[in-house]
Write a protein that binds this ligand. Sequence first.
Ligand SMILES: [Zn+2]
Ligand SMILES: [Zn+2]
Ligand SMILES: [Zn+2]
Length: 151
Amino acid sequence: MKNAYEALLKSKNLSLTAVRLSLLEVVQAHPHSDANVIYTAVKQRIPTATIQAIYNNLNALTHAGIIREIKPKGHVSLYETRVNDNHHHVICRGCGKIEDTHCMGCAPCLAPADNHGFAVDEAEVVFWGKCPQCQQDKINHKEEYNDSKRR
Ligand SMILES: [Zn+2]
Ligand SMILES: [Zn+2]
Ligand SMILES: [Zn+2]
């Protein structure tokens, strides 16, 4: 893993630092993590790591296209190492759980009715809904409510 990242970073003119490598390993192992989660995990391995260093590296790696930043409405930015495959996300409105999904089409998936002459290559698609757990919780709450009414 280290060698693959080293080559990747080198191809983007980025040096391989301990924090950078650790950050990439954390994001690879825990996709869709936010900066705080990444910081906590990196700090366990590199106690001198700072949150500012994490933000700086996340920015640099996102700009280089090595990691992808997802900004769901109402959420902080999330990061993943899965880039350039045009995958989308399903996000739970209830608990914020997020999963990868492919859609039926190829990039940009959705065709604008009028592209105004733009060469469109991407559509940002987020599927919102309720995860299985939250759907189940809702049913349970309903039953509890009915139970309390019956008593
Ligand atoms: Zn949920
Ligand atoms: Zn993803
Ligand atoms: Zn799509």
